[in-house]
Ligand binder design. Structure first.
Ligand SMILES: Cc1cc2nc3c(=O)[nH]c(=O)nc-3n(C[C@H](O)[C@H](O)[C@H](O)COP(=O)(O)O)c2cc1C
Length: 363
């Protein structure tokens, strides 16, 4: 087993099995256009031999926004700037996927310019206020926005897109029995709760073309009483495979799941708490045959190999690549010392403050 083997997602050929999991960097301007400094982070990741780089979450429309500096790609005019981003990655032979998200009830009213929209108007710890229930017309509008943005991504030179259905955002809100109380075709059974995600997938495939890879980031569990559980997640993965998803990345947790269940778990370091979502990913592996990625707490090369041995096709990392953008290149050169990321989450703070994430432990 090795991380350094050429791999495929549909017709997309990747130089290895190392993925940069989607990571918001901050840095985009008020219109959601990435800055040159931000593009430089991508260049560094590509030069560091990360085979596939998944962008920070990109919104397809203003009302899905959450964080300052979050990227947005909603009109043709932005395509040329995004091409600078994809060119910077391709220059080193890496590939790039745009992660598409609508933050739903987790949107910020300040960033979105309106009261957040969600499947149901419920009070929830992960919502700052009770959101407004989406009408059928708004669901149709948001699905079209995803489809259009995926087409813009293709025009801008992205190699794939990833739909963000994890971490408590809109698609995850539809999947969650705790947040989705709808009585129409989008609520109730798992098939109904998965409908929004599957319809977005179908529209994206029509808009971007059947040959354009579409991946999904899915929670193996919300790690939350009443939320999406592993049984539902397995079924959702089966439905995604049937609907033509080209790869699934398994994460877990929402902002309401608490420290031990969070998607971006603190306190993990080499030899302690690594690979924290792998058991969910293994359950999903047993049910589907499409390419699978696992994310969450990979710090040691040996843990990455253990994931591949457990049947994963790719291993995704986020914080170790903030600490050391060239860690994959270092591992490939034979120096397989683990990442010294201690998962303190200090990297978020500069992004919220002056516009770009960085490791605060690094000198
Ligand atoms: C600064 C930062 C920003 C993140 N932004 C996103 C994002 O935009 N989309 C996403 O799906 N996950 C995001 N994540 C979560 C990561 O993709 C990943 O799932 C999580 O950090 C666990 O992996 P790790 O232990 O390798 O960091 C972010 C994580 C960090 C630290």
């Amino acid at each position: 087993m090795t991380l350094f083997q050429k791999s495929n997602i549909k017709s997309l050929v990747l130089k290895n099995k190392a993925v940069r999991s989607a990571t918001w960097e901050g840095g985009a301007d008020a219109d959601g256009i990435p800055s040159d400094k931000q593009i430089n982070l991508y260049k560094e990741l590509a030069e560091g031999e990360t085979g596939l780089i998944i962008t920070g979450y990109i919104v397809p429309c203003t009302d899905g926004r959450q964080t300052p500096g979050q990227m947005m790609l909603k009109d043709e005019a932005a395509v040329e700037v995004y091409r600078k981003l994809t060119d910077a990655v391709h220059a080193s032979g890496a590939k790039i996927a745009g992660q598409l998200v609508h933050c739903g009830g987790q949107s910020s009213e300040r960033m979105a310019g309106r009261k957040p929209l969600a499947p149901s108007a419920v009070e929830a710890p992960q919502y700052s206020a009770v959101p407004e229930e989406l009408s059928t017309e708004e669901i149709i509008r948001i699905k079209s926005a995803f489809a259009e943005t995926a087409r813009f991504c293709k025009e801008a030179g992205f190699d794939a897109v990833q739909l963000h259905a994890a971490h408590g955002y809109l698609m995850n809100q539809f999947l969650s029995p705790a947040l989705n109380k709808r009585t129409d075709q989008y609520g109730g059974t798992l098939e109904n709760r998965a409908r929004f995600m599957l319809e977005v997938l179908a529209e994206v495939k029509i808009s971007a073309g059947a040959d354009f890879p579409v991946m999904v980031k899915l929670n193996g569990s919300d790690n939350l009483e009443g939320g999406l559980d592993i049984e539902d997640a397995v079924q959702a993965a089966v439905l995604l495979e049937k609907a033509g998803a080209d790869a699934i990345e398994i994460s877990a947790g929402t902002p309401a799941s608490g420290k031990d269940g969070a998607p971006v778990r603190t306190g993990v370091k080499a030899g302690a708490g690594e690979a924290y979502n792998l058991e969910y990913a293994k359950r999903i592996r047993a049910a589907v045959s499409l390419p699978l990625m696992t994310v969450g707490g990979y710090r040691s090369y040996g843990e990455c190999l253990r994931a591949l041995e457990a049947g994963m096709d790719f291993v995704s990392l986020s914080r170790p690549l903030i600490k050391e953008p060239s860690i994959i290149k270092r591992w490939e050169s034979g120096n397989t010392a683990p990442s010294d990321c201690i998962s303190c989450n200090g990297c978020f703070k500069p992004g919220l403050k002056d516009g770009l994430i960085r490791c605060v432990i690094n000198k």
